[in-house]
Design a protein around this ligand. Structure first.
Ligand code: TMO
Length: 331
């Protein structure tokens, strides 16, 4: 039992001195507290901002319950094995567009736990700032890109247009080929590079089309739109004959109302039941995710500050995520 919980139990007994209350605690709170492991819960930090803030918010909520927390940086590629083997324990933002192909099969095999959805709906897709519409009539329909790919050209891609991709593996080159677009993919190493290029283009009103997602800071600060590709269907990836290109798969966009899930090590429910049940209940909406990301990426506040500030302003919300029977150690 850690110090906070021990003090709580001792103080409770000292100050109440009431046998019934002590009995109540022996019957309810104490057995549960003893059942939980004292080992730290390891929360995975990925490489985009809202995930980092939400990880710290989640850690803060767990800490308020007396848990010890460690934060572990990991790529989305490496996180699955670590979660499956209990090396790490929590991933707070599993996005359908970039992660369902790994996550769902592992959940189905019992290697990962699906800890439920956030209310937020997600989209990960090609995106452009609004002022480009003048130079490329027909946007946001993808077919408009057939006529104006060249305006997106850079020295390294000319005469083809440049599509600036994020550091998360996506079948972009296959989609470009399948849809017959004249673009070359240029891939950044971290998301900050996307925002440097976007801010520079916006400042000079030059054309840019890049990987973006929602909820994210961009929608809270810069007017623009996602490209509308043919509507996503799982068959588009699996069945070449599906869609407008009869010979190739990937002739469609990403899901435009994708899920956002929380992922956990399958042993978590037993080892830290109150933390696990809280994780199941944690749920962020689009507006909150976009705003915390904007405060870091655009307003340049620190991740830790934004997380602490969110916790202090939204206590009535996050306390409700903690099951009643687990709230005994909260002030
Ligand atoms: C996983 N991401 C939100 C960066 O697309």
């Amino acid at each position: 039992m850690d110090k906070k919980r021990r003090d709580f139990v001792l103080n409770t007994r000292k100050y109440t001195g009431v046998v019934i209350l002590s009995l109540f605690f022996f019957c309810s709170a104490i057995p549960k507290v003893f059942a939980e492991s004292n080992e730290p819960i390891r929360i995975i930090l990925n490489n985009w901002t809202s995930q980092l803030v939400l990880s710290k918010v989640t850690g803060g909520i767990f800490e308020s319950l007396g848990y010890k927390i460690e934060y572990v940086p990991s790529s989305i590629h490496d996180q699955w094995g670590a979660l499956a083997h209990g090396i790490d324990h929590v991933q707070i933002e599993v996005w359908e567009g970039t992660m369902s192909d790994k996550f769902i099969p592992m959940v189905n095999k019992g290697q990962l736990t699906d800890a439920g959805n956030h209310v937020a709906l997600t989209r990960e897709e090609w995106w452009y700032p609004e002022y480009i519409e003048e130079n490329c009539p027909g946007l946001p329909d993808w077919k408009a890109l057939k006529a104006c790919a060249h305006i997106f050209a850079t020295p390294s891609t000319a005469p083809s247009g440049r599509y600036l991709a994020g550091p998360w593996e996506k079948p972009e080159a296959l989609r470009i080929k399948s849809l017959g677009l004249d673009f070359k993919v240029s891939t950044v190493e971290n998301s900050d590079e996307l925002w440097v290029a976007l801010n520079k283009a916006v400042a000079h009103k030059t054309p840019i089309v890049l990987f973006n997602w929602s909820p994210n800071w961009v929608e809270a600060r810069i007017p623009g739109k996602f490209i509308q590709f043919p509507r996503y269907d799982i068959k588009c990836e699996l069945d070449a004959s599906w869609g407008i290109n009869p010979d190739l798969p990937y002739d469609c966009g990403n899901p435009d109302d994708g899920w956002l899930k929380k992922g956990a090590w399958p042993g978590m429910a037993q080892k830290w039941p109150c933390a696990f049940q809280t994780l199941m209940n944690i749920s962020f909406d689009n507006a909150n995710i976009a705003e915390v990301a904007a405060r870091v990426d655009y307003d340049k506040e620190s991740i830790d500050h934004v997380a602490r500030d969110w916790l202090s302003r939204n206590k009535p919300i996050w306390v409700k995520w903690i099951p009643e029977k687990c709230r005994t150690s909260l002030d």
